[in-house]
Write a protein that binds this ligand. Structure first.
Ligand SMILES: Nc1ncnc2c1ncn2[C@@H]1O[C@H](COP(=O)(O)OP(=O)(O)OP(=O)(O)O)[C@@H](O)[C@H]1O
Ligand SMILES: Cc1ncc(C[n+]2csc(CCOP(=O)(O)O)c2C)c(N)n1
Ligand SMILES: [Mg+2]
Length: 363
């Protein structure tokens, strides 16, 4: 067993060596960053150029270069999640630089690991690109991936490249629970409070601005291009004894809906507790909309939303925004009323929210 690990470790060192050599030769023969397309780089040139820019840390025993990676599993369990980004659906090349798409692609996946109360260890990155994509785009994308992954303390263990129509990115993130129990969506209990750590509505406001052909307020455009999930708040929530946890990717109401349904409870959000930052107000005013809609239903900021028992003392960055209520009893329903399972599981100031709760890819 020990010997295997040692073999794998020495293998990883060799791979690093090979990657360094390949990247070096690419650079010296002008294949990288000279304005050529990914087709000119070729499949293996692209892999070499991208992987030379990506980080491998101690959990990756064998990184890019072989048929598969070998990653250590410190506590005998691995947290695994996968997410896609499709050009035109999740990002536009004229709205976001490649570097930011790399950061966002990593962030979206790393946040899902954090949302289990876990710490990310490694990413596997699949990248589909049209052959005429400038190689520089792919390399800057890799730089963004590298920086976000490193900031979260993880590595890129491998991936795949393929020719595609629009750019398609599929990332699998792995993580470790470090001996803790996973924080699922199903543990919320009536009497708990709902608390959020991170920004809400900023990315949606940025998307609105970009969609109307503007580039300001700059802070919301930046927030849309480059989310900043509070990764360490996931394990923190676990340590505080949270009962459920989720990242807000589709919208607060939509994602709290997942928690409420999985837990068999209702949740009421108290809008008086929600911070509506000035840039969100400015965007809403410009389009004659309600800025609260950004906060309640905007996705892609990847804040973490948790439920905690009422007696848990929360650090300042966790803002209590609502409470968990018992599921409505069937017996209380008047005849002809919708069955409890049809009731929206999340209300806003005690009322059913009038409008979509968040993003739905197929609606
Ligand atoms: N094609 C699929 N096959 C199997 N399971 C799937 C598939 N698509 C989604 N799931 C599962 O459904 C659950 C919800 O998926 P979803 O992509 O909505 O995740 P999310 O965490 O809610 O969103 P996000 O990834 O944006 O944070 C996850 O557990 C996911 O693994
Ligand atoms: C060009 C463009 N159009 C629309 C959006 C908005 N958007 C796309 S996916 C998503 C929810 C999370 O997705 P997933 O569930 O896949 O993680 C949102 C809010 C965007 N980012 N870019
Ligand atoms: Mg999620």
């Amino acid at each position: 067993m020990r010997a295997d690990i040692n073999d794998a470790r020495s293998g990883a060192a060799q791979v690093t060596q090979i990657r360094g050599t390949q990247a070096g030769s690419r650079r010296s023969d002008g294949g990288e960053g000279t304005g050529g397309s990914v087709a000119e780089l070729g499949e293996f040139g692209l892999i070499a150029a991208m992987s030379a820019r990506l980080p491998t840390g101690p959990d990756v025993l064998l990184g890019p270069g072989d048929d598969a990676a070998v990653i250590s599993v410190p506590d005998n369990r691995v947290v695994a999640t996968t997410d896609m980004l499709v050009e035109g659906r999740h990002f536009r090349r004229d709205w976001s630089p490649a570097y930011d798409v790399g950061r966002k692609a990593a962030a979206q996946n790393l946040a899902d690991v954090a949302a289990m109360g876990a710490v990310p260890t490694a990413l596997l990155v699949s990248f589909g690109a049209p052959p005429d994509l400038p190689a520089q785009w792919a390399l800057e994308f890799a730089d963004g991936l590298r920086d976000e992954t490193t900031a979260a303390g993880a590595s890129v263990a491998g991936g795949d490249v393929v020719a595609s129509g629009p750019i398609v990115i599929s990332i699998t993130a792995l993580g470790t629970l470090q001996g803790r129990a996973p924080l699922t969506r199903s543990g919320a209990r009536s009497g708990d409070v709902v608390a959020v750590c991170g920004r809400l509505g900023w990315s949606a406001a940025g998307l609105t601005v970009l969609g109307r052909g503007f580039r300001s307020p700059r802070v919301v455009v930046e927030a849309h291009r480059r989310p900043e999930p509070p990764y360490d708040a996931g394990p923190e929530a676990a340590a505080l004894g949270a009962s459920a946890l989720i990242d807000v990717s589709d919208g607060l109401l939509a994602d709290l809906g997942h928690v409420a349904r999985a837990s068999g409870v209702r949740i009421d959000v108290d809008t008086s507790t929600l911070e509506v930052a000035d840039p969100l107000r400015a965007v809403a005013a410009a389009i004659n909309a309600d800025p609260l809609a950004f906060v309640l239903t905007g996705g892609e900021d990847h804040a973490l939303a948790a439920t905690f028992g009422p007696d848990v003392e929360l650090p300042e960055r966790w803002q209590v925004v609502g409470r968990v209520l018992p599921a409505q009893e069937r017996g209380q329903q008047a005849e002809g009323q919708p069955r409890p399972s049809d009731e929206p599981p999340v209300t806003v100031d005690g009322e059913v929210y009038d409008g979509p709760a968040g993003h739905d890819h197929f609606r």
